[in-house]
Design a protein around this ligand. Structure first.
Ligand code: FRU
Ligand code: MG
Ligand code: MG
Ligand code: CA
Length: 598
């Protein structure tokens, strides 16, 4: 071997050593930067189909209408849509009373329209989720009709119970099995003359509760899910889960136990709130069913491939019962996430910055390890976001939604700051308002104001429909608040929304740490940071008067910082440089600042 050859070998050896060393010097990409599954950081948009876009002039939104506006989601930066129920229904509860779980409601279109919607949405890269309503079926469904007639195989499809006897004061009325109160007021029990028994309905009389102790019902639910997954749906929003199962008479000497009384004297026995729903809500057995459904969609994915099919569960419950939808500590997994309604139920125009921080951290604190958080600001059951908070908070609230970790959920109209519409008693159609309220009180209960048609532009019916009349009146502020105008205006809620959804593509927002604190009663900050990537800081004055912010107390905020997004009324605009220790934020003002990596 020559000296030259030795030198070459030595050089190789040194080269190898260097390669090893430099591999050690450049750390491998942190595991937290591996691609996220599509649903873990998506912008999810709720469509209320009846009010989104009407294609045929009957005053009712429909699937062709949605198809014609799919580009809106691309333009807005939305990744996935979920649609309130589009299935055959007598529309007592506008689709939440399904009479055929396997077909499209005729006012909304046909199965072909649905297939077209799916195909076009998928071409645009938008996932499509359906609303799965497992707790109840319309009393016009075949299931119920058969069950009422005791057709073999269907006898126990619903929760049927004998009467304990006639009413002592009126022998022609049968006494219900228990004192349970329906979500829409009145007894949960309705007498069937045909069957000479009561059936249970936790919602309207026309929405009969399935009997989940019957394996045939549980199987049918798998069949329904499979049917829509086979069509290509990407998953489901799952409705009204806390009401899935009620106390079993087998555990109570063969009778249905009364719910305890709340003791609140303003309530009469037929009113929601008269009782505490001990035997009718949040029963522990319901979670096993949710865990079964999760196994089912996971198995579906294994068998069929493709992208993850998801379950997002709906239920208003305390934090402990809510977190159980994610799964339990025995390792059972449930929904991909339960919707987080805290911004609806626990925060309002009355909340201060400390309340915001406390409520946000509660979710993040109680959420099981590895869970994906999500944030909901409105839906078809609650007053719209700008109405519940203050109009000047729209951009700040959308910014919170988009900058918090996890999934951002938008209810149709929030991207343009749509407010509640006024709906007169004469025009009121919501079953909850009609059953629980009267001419003087209906506004306490009505969900119609949050369901008025979407404002596309300033033409007839806000561009929603060419019809003479729309199923709910169009809100009268549509000339000032509509999508077309907001696309033209230099500054608008919509433009802020677009910037925010674009910002979510930054690695810092997808993977970064969060730090959220109140600087005062009025102002909070939310910092998102990720080593070696730019830091983003949201400053938001949720108060009613201006506030002076000490920027040195904002963690990781290195000056100078650049204004990246500002709420529409802010005096600052994107690109402005902030380099002073103190700034003043007007009431409702929100700024997203971009600053150096931590
Ligand atoms: C959510 C909801 C309501 C509906 C009810 C029963 O609470 O979706 O809109 O009336 O469940 O399905
Ligand atoms: Mg129509
Ligand atoms: Mg049909
Ligand atoms: Ca039930």
């Amino acid at each position: 071997i020559t000296i030259a050859a030795l030198a070459v070998l030595g050089g190789i050896a040194i080269g190898i050593t260097f390669a090893v060393l430099s591999a050690r010097d450049t750390p491998p990409p942190p595991p937290e930067l591996l691609p996220l599954d599509w649903w873990k950081h998506c912008v999810l948009y709720q469509i209320y189909p009846r009010s989104f876009k009407d294609s045929d002039g009957d005053g009712i939104g429909d699937l062709k209408g949605i198809i014609s506006e799919l580009e809106h989601f691309v333009d807005a930066g939305v990744d996935a849509i979920w649609m309130s129920p589009i299935f055959e229904s007598p529309m007592v509860d506008f689709g939440y009373d399904i009479s055929n779980f396997y077909d499209i409601h005729h006012e909304y279109g046909t199965m072909e329209d649905f297939e077209e919607l799916l195909k076009r949405a998928h071409v645009l890269g938008i996932k499509v989720l359906l609303d799965f309503v497992p707790n109840h079926a319309s009393t016009e469904s075949e299931y119920f009709i058969n069950s009422e007639k005791r057709v073999p195989g269907y006898e126990d499809y619903f929760v049927w119970a004998d009467s304990p006897g006639p009413d002592p004061n009126n022998a022609s009325i049968m006494r219900p099995p228990s004192n349970w109160v329906s979500q829409f007021g009145g007894s949960t029990w309705e007498w069937s003359n045909t069957r000479q028994q009561f059936y249970l309905h936790q919602f309207a009389v026309e929405q009969a509760d399935f009997n989940y102790r019957n394996p045939a019902v549980r199987n049918e639910m798998f069949k329904i899910m499979k049917f829509w997954l086979d069509k290509g749906a990407d998953g489901f929003r799952v409705d009204a889960l806390p009401y899935l199962i009620e106390a079993d008479p087998a555990d109570h000497n063969g009778t249905y136990p009364d719910d305890p009384l709340s003791g609140i004297i303003n309530f009469e026995p037929h009113q929601l709130g008269y009782t505490i729903p001990l035997y009718t809500k949040d029963l522990i057995e319901l979670y096993d069913i949710v865990y079964e459904w999760r196994e089912f969609v996971d198995r579906y994915l294994e068998d069929n491939g493709g992208d993850t099919r998801v379950l997002f569960s709906e239920g208003y419950a305390n934090v402990t019962m809510t977190m159980l939808y994610y799964g339990n500590e025995d390792g059972e997994t449930g929904a991909h996430f339960p919707f987080n309604f805290d911004f609806i139920t626990d925060l309002s125009a009355k909340s201060n910055a400390r309340d915001f921080v406390y409520v946000i951290l509660r979710w993040l604190t109680y959420m099981p390890h590895g869970g994906v958080p999500n944030w909901v600001f409105g839906n078809h059951d609650n007053n719209r976001m700008p109405t519940r908070f203050r109009h000047n908070m729209v951009d700040g609230l959308n910014a919170l939604n988009m900058l918090l970790p996890g999934v951002a959920v938008t209810y149709q109209g929030e991207e343009i700051g749509m407010r509640d519409g006024h709906v007169s008693w004469e025009d009121t159609v919501d079953v909850e308002a009609c059953n629980r309220g009267d001419e003087d009180t209906y506004q306490l209960y009505s969900r119609d104001p949050a369901r008025t048609p979407y404002h596309w532009n300033n033409s007839t019916n806000a561009g929603f429909s060419t019809g003479e009349k729309t199923w709910l009146p169009v809100a009268d502020d549509f000339k000032e608040i509509n999508l077309a105008k907001q696309k033209e205006d230099t500054r608008s809620h919509y433009k802020v929304y677009q910037s925010l959804t674009a910002l979510r593509k930054e690695k810092t927002l997808a993977y970064g740490e969060y730090d959220i604190r109140a600087l005062s009663d009025r102002t909070l900050y939310l910092v998102r940071s990720l080593r070696s990537y730019d830091t983003f800081v949201l400053l938001f004055n949720v108060g009613k008067v201006s506030d002076v912010i000490p920027l040195d107390r904002v963690a990781h905020l290195k000056l100078p910082a650049t204004v990246y997004i500002s709420s529409v009324h802010s005096t600052r605009i994107a690109g402005d440089i902030i380099n002073q220790e103190e700034i003043t934020l007007q009431a409702g003002e929100a700024l997203v600042l971009r600053t150096e990596p931590v």
